[in-house]
Write a protein that binds this ligand. Sequence first.
Ligand code: FES
Length: 376
Amino acid sequence: MSSDEGGTRTPTDDELEGMSQERLARLAGELDDVEVVHNTPKFPIPGTRAEKRAERSVALWFVISAISGLAFVVAFIAWPHEYVAPNQPGYFEYSLYTPVIGFTFGLAVLALGVAVIQYVKKLFPDEVAVQQRHDGASDEVARRTVMAQLADAGRSTTIGRRKLIQRSAGAAAGIFGVGVGVIAIGGLIKNPWAEGDDSPLWHTGWRPENGETVYLRTDTGVLTEIARVRPEDMEPGSMMTVFPFRESERGNEEELLHAQRASDAPVMLIRLRPGTQVETRPGQENFSYGDFYAWSKVCTHLGCPTSLYQAQDNKILCPCHQSQFLATRDAEPVFGPAARPLPQLPITVNSEGYFVARSDFVEPVGPAFWERKKTT
Ligand code: FES
C-alpha cells in the first residue's frame, strides 16, 4: 500500500485483481491526475430512433467511401488509359482517365474522413476532462490501467454494439486499403520487358527504323510546323532542346505528337564556345559534331529535365535536386545526387546541312533500374 505523488492510493496486487474494467479505467484517470468534469452519453437510452438516424447517416458516409474506393480500383485497372490523339475515336474516354481516378480516389478519402468526424460528433459521449502534467516512466499499475482505460473508451464509444457502422467502416477502410495497394503496385502490372530486346526501356524515339533518317527538330509551338536544326541556327555557348523527326511523320499529328511527347525524347543540343576542350568517354569520340554536343535532357537522378546550361563554366544544371553535369567532361555529374553522366546522342550533319542522329543512345536514358547494365 502506498500513495503516488498526486496523493492517490496505489492499490495492492490483490486489490487490482478484484477491480472491474470500469473501476480500473477510473483509477487510470485518478493516477494520471485526470479529472473528468463531465461525461454525458449522446444517447443515454440505446436504440432510440434519433440514435438509429445518426448511426445511418454515419454509415452512409462509410458506404460512399467504400463505393468510391471500389470505383477507383475498377477505373484504375479498366478505364482506357492508352494514348488517343485528339479527334480520334476513344479520345473522350481517354481524356477522362485522370479526372476519373482522381475524383473517385479523392471522394473515397474525403468520405472516409467525413464519416469518422460524423461518428465522433454524433455518437461519442460529451466529455470534458482535465489532466495535470507529470514526468517519468509509467509503472506496472499505470500500464494496466491505461489498457483498461482504452478498453473502457472503446466500450463508451458504443462501437461494439453498432454492427452497421462496424461493417460499413470495415468495407470503407478495407477498400481504401486495396486502392492504396493498387496505386503502389499498379505500375508493376504491365511487364516492361515483354518485347525482349525491343522493350521500351532499351530504346528511344531516336532509333532509326527502316533506314529512315532521324532529324533534330525544335518545338516551334505548332506541332505540324517542322523546324529542323542546322549548325548556323545556334550561337556559340547556346543550348537548344530538340526532338526526333522523320519525314514519314510529316503531316501525321498523332505520330508527331507521340515523337515529341515521349518522356525519353528531349535532347539538349549544346554549342560549346570555340576551342573548348571536352574529355569524351572511350568509344564515343565521334558522337559530337565539331563544337556541337547532344545529351539526353532526362536527369539520371530521378528524371527531371536538366534544362539549364551555364555557358560560363559549361555546367548543365538540374533544377529538381541541384545535380550539376560538366559538359567538358562528357556531362559527368560533378555535384548533387545524380551518379551517372547524361547519355550522349551520336549526331552529325547530313548532305542537306541538317543535324541528324547517327544512331539511338548507346545506353538507356534517365534514372537507373535493376536490369540496367553498368556502363560507367
Ligand atoms: S532529378 Fe535531377 S537532380 Fe534529382
